[in-house]
Design a protein around this ligand. Structure first.
Ligand SMILES: C[S@@+](CC[C@H](N)C(=O)[O-])C[C@H]1O[C@@H](n2cnc3c(N)ncnc32)[C@H](O)[C@@H]1O
Length: 287
């Protein structure tokens, strides 16, 4: 279909559906019209939409139905841009490109990306970007565990707890064969609890591509910790998240990054059963 035909189809759809936007997925499948709508929004946001088309879409009220700004995904390549904008985040979720002393582990990681020294990581302006009351969720591997303290100190968080991601496959290790990673939790200010009380500290999710962390854990963080959300060293966009990294992938048709509506939130003080609970760990196996 041509752009004009999609435009006409969108107008007809939204007219007959009380001004709503077409769904991106229907029974699990991406719809062509929903995909086209996402594409227009993406191009518009990136400043790459033809001006004449932009004008027609604005005039027709197309962008009035765009997702709330707090659910839009954003990518940044320099954290100082966020500092300059005065942005502050209730949650920082970080998966740093740690440098390993062990040659085999270092080589395995650096097949995929460059590492950063502890000094360089500590120098990132994370303390300026975190809200006064904030959580830090920091991934760390067993050999580097004790180095995390340096980042908690540099970024202005107090270590308080953590999660074990238990993987389904055994990995490398000169000592224990490692099949877990650790997500340490730091807090600052008054953010001294989770807003849901049903999250267990051992999560069993399958291992995916090198270094990739389970999306379920991001969702657990969203349930537990306050927004706005900043991910450091992410590799994919996510609705409602500002993502910093040099390998962030976006896809014109990655509809999830643009259109997923904000989940309704329970009051912060009320423990809730979240809708995702059944996909989360139900067996506490930690000692
Ligand atoms: C451990 S991986 C993160 C994996 C990610 N959590 C995921 O689930 O896919 C670290 C990431 O940091 C990125 N990175 C390395 N040096 C960087 C730098 N100086 N600035 C921004 N990102 C960097 C790497 O390219 C890599 O994508």
């Amino acid at each position: 279909m041509t752009w004009d035909e999609y435009f006409a189809a969108w107008q007809a759809w939204t007219h007959t559906h009380g001004g709503r936007m077409p769904p991106v997925r229907d029974q699990g499948r991406v719809t062509p019209l929903g995909r086209w709508c996402n594409q227009q929004r993406y191009l518009h946001k990136a400043g790459r939409l033809d001006p004449a088309k932009t004008a027609r879409l604005i005039e027709a009220g197309f962008f009035a139905g765009a997702p709330a700004p707090d659910r839009a995904a954003r990518i940044v390549t320099d954290l100082h841009d966020l500092v300059a904008e005065g942005r502050r985040f209730g949650t920082v979720y970080a998966d740093p490109p740690w440098l390993y002393d062990n040659r085999a582990t270092r080589a395995a990681a650096q097949d995929h990306y460059d590492g950063m020294t502890l000094d360089a990581l500590a120098a990132l302006p994370v303390g300026d970007l975190a809200a006064d009351d904030a959580h830090l969720h920091l991934w760390i591997t067993s050999p580097l565990l004790l180095r995390a303290q340096r980042l908690f100190d540099a970024w202005g968080f107090e270590y308080v707890s953590g999660l074990v991601w238990e993987k389904d496959q055994m990995g490398m290790g000169n000592y224990w064969r490692i099949n877990h990673e650790l997500l340490l939790l730091g807090v600052r200010g008054q953010a001294r609890s989770f807003r849901v009380k049903n999250l267990r500290s051992v999560a069993r999710f399958p291992r995916r591509r090198h270094s990739a962390k389970p999306e379920q854990i991001r969702q657990m963080i969203e349930a537990a910790s306050p927004g706005p959300y900043l991910e450091l060293f992410g590799r994919r966009t996510a609705p409602g998240w500002t993502v910093f990294g040099n390998q962030v992938q976006t896809d014109l048709f990655d509809t999830d990054t643009i259109t997923v509506p904000a989940p309704s939130r329970q009051p912060e003080t009320t423990p809730v059963q979240t809708p995702l609970a059944e996909t989360w760990p139900t067996q506490a196996t930690g000692g």
